[in-house]
Structures are given as structure tokens and as C-alpha cells.
Write a protein that binds this ligand. Structure first.
Ligand code: HEM
Length: 324
């Protein structure tokens, strides 16, 4: 993980981030929308069929699927590998948790090893058979700026790996979290059905109320004074973004979920490390909610959702839903 974007400082960070290119600018996203919409409708078709027989798990059937299909198709990874990669990302995250147990750390180490193997092979394969995909285009860019081919391969490896890691649990959590919170607040759900243009605001309130990432880590490059506390050089500071989102000094009635609030938030981080994929995550949330509001009125949560017991990275494991 050492070479991944969040671990880098300027000026190295600047050049790596620049090398990614405008992958999720307005034009690229407009090009991706049709396929995200297609995938969304395909997933909802299956979900709807399942609902005809009784409760169905929204996480397993929809919110865990859309992000991995979206990023997998974008990176042009074989579809047969999606489930394997998604399961590795669930295990890998423990290394960034606040209080991981030794067995969680072992799980995380093993999944990091397998991810390393997978993405090293992917970069090698794109070297041999370059195509019209992000990994091949990053290789072309790095070859022009890095004379050492192995160093170029390592840089592209870190980019591809981190794009997958950064894109999956986070987006899944926003998709399942939005649906959970709206089903728990039916009046707001009905209002949103009449005002679908407010979906982006609703997503922002979900990112404030229950952000996927509750904790962002930083290491002090030198002794620093932070809000009256001295942080020594090389000490790690955990920014508790999830707690900041419920600070009554910043938000009126912070425990109230209110999709008309339009909050500023730290859900996508801030500063030079601001989330590079935020527009893609927003696109997925927009496509899914638009389709869900149109197609599936009258849903309810049929059993208590189950959560992964974590602090830093939120994960809803199941969200059982049924017809009213
Ligand atoms: C709702 C979904 C998402 C959330 C909540 C989220 C959240 C975040 C946060 C909080 C950071 C800052 C980390 C830090 O400061 O240490 C970040 C960085 C990043 N995210 Fe996201 N993310 C999401 C989706 C995505 C997607 C879909 C992608 C890629 C396709 C992505 C790619 C990245 C990358 C590459 C960075 C590192 C940026 C840098 O260090 O310069 N994210 N994300």
C-alpha cells in the first residue's frame, strides 16, 4: 500500500495524481452513464423477481454488485474475477481499522498478498497486450515520464490496485445506506419520489449522516500544534470524520436525517487527497436511486440489517427488504 495515492506527499503525489488523467470528468462520466444504467436495471430486474417470492437482500443482490461491475468493466477485468476481488477487498480493509484483532490482521495480510499477485499479473498482461483501457493508458503515460520500466510498472500497479480498493466498499455502503435510511424515513422517500432532481442532495446527507469512511489517518511530518494539542513528528493522528459529521457546533440537530439539509461534509475527504472517484460514486448512486424510485414503490425493511463490527470503515452486510 506504500505507493498508493493517499500515502504520498507532494510533489510525488502531484505527479502520480496527474498521471491518472481526467478519468472521471464530465465527458468520461457521460460515456459511462449508459452502461451504469444498464447494469442498474439488470440488477433491479433480478431483485424484483426475487421480491415476488418474499424478502430479498439488497446488499447481496444490488449494492455489492453495482460498484464491482462498474469498476471491473472500466478496468476491463474479467467478469469471472469480480466476486473474488470483492471478497479480497472486504478482508484487506482490516489493516486500516482502528483496533484490528490478530486474526483480522492475518486475513488482511493474506488478502493483500493475493491482491498484489493479481494486480502484478494484470499490469504484466497489459504490458504484453496493451489495449484501450485505463491500465494500458497509465503504462503509456508512465513510460514517457519514468525511464525505469520496473518503476513505471510499480506506479501503475499501485494505481490500479487502489482504484479497486477505493471504489468498492465505499460505494456499496453509500448505495445500501441510502436505501436503508430512506426506507426508515418514508415521508422523505415519498418527497424524493416527487423531487428526483434532489437525489444528489439526499446522497450528500447520507454521506454526512453515515459516511463509509469514519476515520482518516495522517502522520505529522514535523512537530505540529493542532487545536491546542502538540503532535510530535511522525506521530499518527486519526481524523474522526464520522464524529465531526455529528458535531452540533456545525450541524443543527445532527442526529436528524434530513435530505433537504444540503450539508458540507468530509465524506470524500479534503485537500490534495480529495476523493478522485467521487463523481463516479455519485453517478452510481444517482442511477440506482432514480431507477429504484421509478420502479419499486412500496418496499420495507423486513428484518434488522446486519453490520460488520468496525469503527473506521462502515459496512452493511445485509439489508433484507420486502414488498409492503
Ligand atoms: C461513496 C464512495 C466513496 C467514498 C465515500 C470515498 C471516500 C474517499 C475519501 C474519504 C478519500 C480521502 C482519503 C484520505 O484523505 O486519506 C478518498 C480518496 C480516494 N478515492 Fe474515494 N471514495 C469513494 C469512491 C471512490 C471511487 C468510486 C473511486 C475510484 C473509482 C475512488 C478513488 C479514490 C482515490 C484514488 C483516492 C485517493 C486520492 C488521493 O490520495 O489523491 N473513490 N476517497
Amino acid at each position: 500500500m506504500g505507493g498508493t495515492l493517499p500515502m504520498l506527499n507532494a510533489p510525488h503525489h502531484t505527479s502520480v495524481r496527474r498521471s491518472v488523467g481526467n478519468v472521471f470528468d464530465r465527458n468520461s462520466l457521460a460515456g459511462m452513464r449508459a452502461s451504469v444504467e444498464r447494469t442498474t436495471h439488470r440488477l433491479l430486474d433480478r431483485f424484483e423477481e426475487e421480491l415476488a417470492y418474499g424478502p430479498a437482500d439488497f446488499c447481496a443482490m444490488v449494492s455489492e454488485e453495482l460498484p464491482v461491475i462498474t469498476i471491473g468493466e472500466w478496468l476491463q477485468i474479467p467478469r469471472a474475477d469480480y466476486a473474488f476481488l470483492r471478497s479480497l477487498t472486504h478482508d484487506q480493509v482490516y489493516t486500516q481499522e482502528l483496533f484490528p484483532t490478530p486474526s483480522q490482521l492475518a486475513l488482511s495480510e493474506e488478502s493483500s498478498r493475493q491482491l498484489h499477485e493479481y494486480f502484478t499479473a494484470l499490469v504484466e498482461e497489459r504490458r504484453k497486450r496493451p489495449g484501450n483501457d485505463p491500465v494500458s493508458s497509465w503504462l503509456r503515460i508512465w513510460d514517457t515520464q519514468e525511464p525505469d520500466r520496473e518503476a513505471a510498472d510499480r506506479a501503475v500497479y499501485s494505481l490500479a490496485l487502489f482504484m479497486l480498493l477505493a471504489a468498492l466498499e465505499t460505494t456499496s455502503h453509500v448505495l445500501s445506506g441510502t436505501v436503508r435510511l430512506l426506507l426508515e424515513h418514508p415521508r422523505q422517500l415519498n418527497w424524493l419520489r416527487i423531487h428526483p432532481e434532489q437525489i444528489p442532495d439526499a446522497v450528500d446527507e447520507v454521506l454526512r449522516y453515515d459516511a463509509p469512511i469514519h476515520m482518516i489517518s495522517r502522520v505529522a511530518p514535523e512537530e505540529t500544534e493542532l487545536a491546542g494539542v502538540t503532535v510530535r513528528k511522525n506521530e499518527m493522528v486519526q481524523l474522526m470524520a464520522g464524529a465531526a459529521h455529528h458535531d452540533p457546533a456545525h450541524y443543527a440537530a445532527p442526529e436528524t436525517f434530513d435530505i433537504r439539509r444540503r450539508p458540507a461534509h468530509l465524506g470524500f475527504g479534503g485537500g490534495i487527497h480529495f476523493c478522485l472517484g467521487n463523481a463516479l460514486a455519485r453517478l452510481e448512486a444517482d442511477c440506482l436511486l432514480t431507477a429504484l424510485l421509478e420502479r419499486l414503490p412500496g418496499l420495507r425493511i423486513s428484518a434488522p440489517p446486519r453490520w460488520e463490527p468496525r469503527v473506521a470503515f462502515r459496512r452493511l452486510i445485509t439489508l433484507p427488504v420486502a414488498r409492503v
